[in-house]
Write a new protein. Structure first.
Length: 157
């Protein structure tokens, strides 16, 4: 048995596609996320490096951390110290303020490692109106020096 292809179902399908495309176009352009990396080493300026093309440019400057809160948990028999410090990066292009959520684990010989997440709270200068975040990882050496690496995405709000 043959069925006839009528114009009504084809027109309905075209109308649905047109409505979907119109809704997407009305939503406006999607702000491009730019992948970035921020490295901080004790006694050295922070280094912000864009990892993909976009509006954010390389920058360096000072990094400060404050307002640590501490709670300890036990996960699978391992003690983990949970912190959520605020941080401020003050560079040539502006200031970025953010917050971490990190878990510290002690390792032999006075070292510690940590990993967690970060997010931007506010910015000034070239960083005004940015939002975003990502992952953070670092190590604290036995002498107390810390090395940190943030990687993630930033985009206009």
């Amino acid at each position: 048995m043959r069925t006839k292809l009528t114009a009504v179902p084809a027109l309905a399908a075209l109308a649905a596609i047109a409505a979907t495309l119109a809704a997407v176009a009305a939503a406006g352009p999607v702000a491009a996320k730019q992948r970035v990396e921020i490295q901080i080493k004790e006694g050295a300026p922070f280094v912000l490096t864009p990892l993909t093309a976009g509006a954010i440019k390389p920058d360096t400057g000072s990094a400060t951390f404050c307002c640590w809160t501490l709670r300890s948990i036990m996960r699978d028999g391992q003690a983990i110290d949970i912190n959520n410090p605020r941080w401020t990066l003050t560079g040539r292009l502006g200031t970025i303020e953010g917050r971490n959520q990190i878990g510290w684990v002690d390792v032999p010989d006075g070292w510690a490692v940590f990993t967690g997440t970060w997010k931007v709270i506010r910015g000034t200068g070239a960083y005004a109106g940015l939002s975003g975040g990502g992952r953070v990882a670092g190590v604290q050496l036995a002498n107390g020096n810390t090395k940190v690496q943030f990687q993630g995405f930033l985009s206009p709000k």
